[in-house]
Every structure is written in structure tokens, then in C-alpha cells.
Design a protein around this ligand. Structure first.
Ligand code: ACO
Length: 149
């Protein structure tokens, strides 16, 4: 499996990005400003977008694995890569925000060492036009997590 930086976003990349974040406008914006990596082995398996936010802080704004390959450790590889990249580039903190109803993701991020820092109440009501239902619940709040490197 090979992780490499990409500068051209193809339709398959875009499909993955929308899996993690259905808000096209937000995706278009952070893809332009962020650093995008793909993971592939013969074909595209996943994507991760890293965005420098505050000084010494890098945020994982999008992470997605192709549905046919989820649950095989690829997400963990992408997260481990992001942590290494951030350390190498001398960032002090890495952050990630996710849905309060995304239980597998919350498990995974905490397994990788992220700790919860705050709740952005009604984030998904304010920023998303369509209601999102996940795991049987209407998604309203964003959980923000961070890891000190
Ligand atoms: N259901 C149950 N368990 C899961 C799931 C799931 N959907 N996803 C991951 N896990 C668990 C695995 O069991 C594994 O645990 P273990 O190692 O203790 O057995 C652990 O989480 C890691 O799993 P991976 O195989 O590394 O995760 P995967 O390759 O599936 O990638 C990801 C995780 C990126 C969340 C993927 O499922 C995905 O693309 N989901 C849809 C898009 C999404 O929700 N992205 C995150 C949005 S937040 C953001 O982008 C900032």
C-alpha cells in the first residue's frame, strides 16, 4: 500500500471525500487549501485531507476509505501517516472533528490517541442544508478531538 500526496482530485477521489463529508461547498473549499494524500494499491483505497489551521496545528478535515475496503485497517494506516507527517513538519497538535453520532469513528480516533476537547453544538444544523441521520439519530453536534504530538 502506498500513500502519496496528490494535487489533482479525480471523480473517484471526490466520491470518497463526499463519503466523509456530504457538504460539497465545504469539501471544495478545504481541498483547495489543504494537503491531500491518497492511499492506493493497484486502485484507490482511501483519502485524507490535512489543513493547517492555527499556528503549529494541523487538522484532519476529511478521511475516507472506499466502502469495499473498510474495516481492514486502512483508516488506521491513514491516521498513523497523518500523525507522522505532522510530527515531521513540526506541528504541535493535530485535531479532528467528527459527528457525535459516528460511533465507529469516535472509537477509532480515541484508539489512535485523540482526546475529546469540545463539542460544537448544532454545527451540522448550521452548516448542512440536508438533515443527516446516522445510526438512527439526527446528527446535530460536532465532537472535536485533538492529540498533542
Ligand atoms: N463499523 C465498526 N467498526 C469500525 C468501523 C465501522 N464502520 N469503522 C472502523 N471500525 C473499527 C474497526 O473495527 C477497527 O477496530 P480494531 O482495529 O480495534 O478492530 C478500527 O475501527 C479501525 O478500523 P479501520 O479498518 O482502520 O478503519 P477503516 O479503514 O474502515 O477507516 C473510516 C475508518 C475512515 C472512518 C471509514 O470507515 C470510512 O471511510 N467511513 C466513511 C467516511 C467517514 O465517516 N469518515 C470520517 C468522517 S470524519 C472526518 O472526515 C474528519
Amino acid at each position: 500500500m502506498n500513500i502519496k500526496k496528490i494535487t489533482t482530485i479525480t471523480a473517484p477521489h471526490y466520491e470518497l471525500l463526499l463519503l466523509a463529508d456530504p457538504a460539497k461547498k465545504l469539501v471544495n473549499d478545504y481541498v483547495k487549501r489543504g494537503i491531500v494524500f491518497e492511499i492506493a494499491q493497484n486502485h484507490l483505497l482511501g483519502i485524507i485531507v490535512l489543513l493547517p489551521t492555527r499556528p503549529e496545528t494541523l487538522e484532519i478535515v476529511n478521511i475516507a476509505v472506499h466502502p469495499a475496503f473498510q474495516g481492514e485497517g486502512i483508516g488506521q494506516k491513514l491516521l498513523a501517516f497523518a500523525l507522522e507527517y505532522a510530527k515531521k513538519e513540526n506541528y504541535q497538535t493535530i485535531e479532528i472533528g467528527t459527528s457525535s453520532t459516528g460511533f465507529p469513528q469516535l472509537y477509532l480516533y480515541q484508539k489512535m490517541g485523540f482526546r475529546m476537547t469540545s463539542i460544537d453544538k448544532d454545527f451540522f444544523i448550521r452548516h448542512y442544508e440536508e438533515e443527516i441521520v446516522e445510526n438512527g439519530l439526527i446528527l446535530k453536534d460536532m465532537v472535536r478531538l485533538s492529540l498533542d504530538l
